[in-house]
Design a protein around this ligand. Structure first.
Ligand SMILES: [Zn+2]
Length: 311
């Protein structure tokens, strides 16, 4: 039994332009860190292309059509203020969504204990009917619906520790009482959503905004006092992690002050939670993290925690 790592080389071909923070270097540097002998035990798998029909579990037909129609033959197109695509972005996005579906399959079937999806573009800002914030399709929500629609699981929880609120995942889950979304994020900050009052149709959304400058203490307290007990009460059969690493103190896009060790800590605690609640069923997917050194170090600690669970 082991930890799977899902990736595909096309994740490096999703080109957002020379000055864009969501760059292929994020994957390159992380893969370098994961080439260390400590990670020889990973079950490395190629992320497949998702069936287009699965995109409609989380998105409108119009949204999906708009993304594909916007793909240019050459150069770049901005489909919102921050979200830039090129000719390979459709395949990268289809393999990001396909990777998490394959990871969910592998974990639920029991081929592996847990899995990390090292993919671009990220997903948690993509709403039911619009791309935004570097995201085209809502990978964590599509993964959750893979568990329900393909494997018959009833309840899935997504824990999101990216520094930005996952407005997309919240939007997709809002009216679905069997899907739980819990997030720590800096506020005020892009995308502006994620107040404590946003609780979904059945209390199935939990937002824990943290003020600019908050660090380890506030982050760990929000996780221990609010998010972990809420996930426990929800009793999910699978936990999906929206693993963003931009709450790191070295990140250029935000102002929380987490250290490398905080990502190791939260990963270990979520692994323990999955072992208590759902036989260790845990699938994690990359969201943000824009200082590539800090990202690579933090992902290494995250994956290490997943592998330690699998030993
Ligand atoms: Zn982010």
């Amino acid at each position: 039994m082991t930890t799977a790592l899902f990736n595909h080389p096309v994740s490096l071909l999703h080109d957002t332009g020379i000055h864009h923070p969501e760059s292929p270097r994020r994957i390159e540097e992380t893969l370098k860190a994961l080439s260390d002998a400590d990670f020889d035990g990973l079950d490395r798998r190629e992320a497949p292309v998702v069936d287009n029909a699965k995109l409609l579990w989380a998105h409108t037909e119009e949204h999906v059509a708009r993304v594909f129609d916007a793909i240019p033959d050459t150069g770049y197109v901005a489909i919102d203020g921050d979200t830039v695509i090129c000719k390979d972005s459709d395949e990268a996005a289809l393999r990001a969504a396909g990777g998490i579906c394959a990871a969910v399959d592998a974990v639920i079937i029991g081929e592996v204990d847990n899995a990390f999806c090292l993919s671009r573009p990220p997903g948690h800002h993509a709403e039911r009917d619009r791309a935004m914030g570097f995201c085209l399709f809502c990978n964590p929500a599509i993964g959750a619906y893979q568990a329900r629609n393909t494997h018959g699981l009833k309840k899935v929880a997504v824990i999101d520790f990216d520094v930005h609120h996952g407005n997309g995942t919240q939007d997709v889950f809002w009216n679905d009482p069997d899907m739980f979304y819990a997030s720590t994020h800096e506020s005020p900050l892009f995308p502006g959503t994620g107040s404590e009052g946003e609780i979904g149709v059945a209390g199935n959304i939990m937002n824990c905004p943290l003020p600019s400058g908050a660090g380890s203490f506030e982050f760990r307290k929000a996780m221990e006092d609010k998010i972990f007990p809420a996930v426990q009460d929800f009793e999910p059969e699978l936990i999906i992690v929206s693993a963003g690493f931009d709450a790191h103190r070295e990140d250029p896009l935000a102002s929380l002050n987490l250290e490398d060790e905080d990502f190791g800590w939260v990963s270990k605690r979520i692994v323990e939670l999955s072992q208590d609640l759902c036989r260790g069923r845990l699938v994690s997917v990359l969201e943000g993290g824009y200082n590539t050194d800090a990202l690579a170090r933090s992902v290494a600690l995250h994956v290490k925690a997943l592998m330690n669970a699998a030993e």
